[in-house]
Ligand binder design. Structure first.
Ligand code: TXA
Ligand code: MG
Length: 380
């Protein structure tokens, strides 16, 4: 049985085997419910956005057929379901139900000016939501299902709730490749908005336990499909007159440019700041941040620092590091991406003065890794 977000009890199957029940202790929140009105980006502080509803019973279920059926039913009933995609775990809600979408913002403590990605099972479903020009069609056919999100003009009868698109006339859309994400989308039958299943500003989750650490008591259901296999969020490309890279991610820029036959346009400098309707509203400077300060391009380790290494080179002071993890000893960027967020979480818990991070090459998935590291280094 799943307790509803508004206190009502829903009637999802009470007898799913292997269910682990979590109940978060209700917290004495000083703040009123997080306002869904516009807030300036600098106010989007993790500490301040603790939502009021933290007493849901959160079920964590292994991703079997029963759990997928339950997930679809829970989504239909307006619930919040975290599930694996190939990039990171997402926190899903029915894109067409405004109240469910509001629940996503509330559970994450996410500023409502930051729109969500609508996930669908295939290109045909995507065409009901967004208008595809020739470039968008070419990219979708080349890379879907997969770690690519397209930002496109909405169709006239786009079913995605306005809250999910933050009032923009565009919509971000993605067809995930992960078999469990696919199974849930097909069982549900509609579009599912799903931001990464972490508290706003925190690092994205790559395992179900990461999701539980952030969102237990705030969501109805977590589907555990094991560790994800890409490890950084999808690459976001806007297709208007030209294709523009809004966020580097799990699909390397080079692969996209090969299909396009030319370079992706760059984000204008002012696209992120001081703008009520930014092109890339989610690219706030401070994002993906652990609590421990992050020091980039480390060539030595200082006393009391933890080390996030890359490759096989040794580093002065490494033997005395408070803790050390290596993203990929063999210097493999895909392996490094799968470890990035999990290792940041582990090192963040070591009580180090800072996390010293070795340089990571900037090609392929390195562009997304460096983007997330740069944001992590900006702190909260
Ligand atoms: O890999 C992923 O993309 C994961 C999985 C769960 O699919 N999702 C994810 O969602 O990373 P989220 O909400 O953490 O990041 C979505 C990004 C945000 O930066 C948001 O601002 C941007 O997409 N976005 C959404 N709609 C947009 C729009 N219409 N125009 C520009 N950016 C948009
Ligand atoms: Mg996110």
């Amino acid at each position: 049985m799943i307790s509803g977000r508004s206190g009502r009890i829903r009637t999802c199957d009470p007898c799913v085997p292997n269910a682990v029940l979590y109940r978060a202790e209700p917290r004495s929140d000083k703040k009123a419910a997080y306002s869904l009105g516009f807030r300036a980006p600098q106010e989007a502080d993790f500490e301040d956005l603790t939502p009021v509803k933290v007493d849901l019973k959160t079920q964590i279920l292994p991703a079997d057929e029963a759990a997928i059926g339950l997930a679809a039913r829970c989504l239909r009933e307006g619930g919040l379901v975290a599930f694996p995609t190939e990039t990171v775990y997402g926190l899903g809600a029915d894109a067409a139900q405004a109240a469910a979408v509001a629940g996503v913002y509330e559970a994450k403590g996410r500023p409502s000016f930051n729109p969500l990605i609508a996930h669908v099972a295939d290109i045909a479903a995507a065409r009901q939501i967004a208008r595809f020009d020739a470039t968008a069609t070419r990219l979708a056919e080349a890379f879907w299902p997969g770690p690519l999100t397209l930002v496109l003009p909405q169709t006239a009868d786009c079913p995605v709730a306005e809250l999910a698109t933050a009032g923009l006339d565009t919509v971000a859309i993605r067809v995930p490749a992960h078999p469990i994400a696919q199974a849930i989308l097909r069982a549900f039958g509609g579009a599912v908005v799903a931001p990464s299943a972490n508290l706003s500003g925190h690092v994205s989750p790559t395992t179900a336990l990461h999701v539980a650490a952030d969102l237990s008591g705030r969501v109805d259901l977590i589907i555990d499909g094991g560790p994800v296999n890409v490890g950084v969020e999808s690459t976001i490309v806007a297709c208007f007159e030209t294709a523009m890279l809004l966020r580097p991610g799990g699909l390397p820029r080079e692969a996209i440019e090969r299909v396009l036959g030319h370079a992706l346009q760059r984000l204008p400098e002012d696209a992120v700041t001081d703008n009520a309707q930014p092109i890339a509203p989610g690219m706030l400077a401070s994002h993906y941040a652990p609590r421990t300060p992050v020091r980039l391009n480390a060539t030595h380790v200082e006393p009391d620092e933890a080390l996030l290494a890359f490759g096989s080179a040794g580093l002065d002071g490494a033997h005395a590091a408070k803790a050390a993890m290596n993203l990929s000893t063999r210097g493999d960027l895909a392996e490094a991406a799968t470890h990035l967020f999990g290792y940041l979480r582990i090192l963040d818990a070591k009580g180090a003065r800072a996390i010293a991070v070795m340089a990571v090459p900037h090609h392929g998935l390195g562009e997304a890794i460096n983007d997330r590291l740069r944001r992590a280094a900006m702190g909260r």
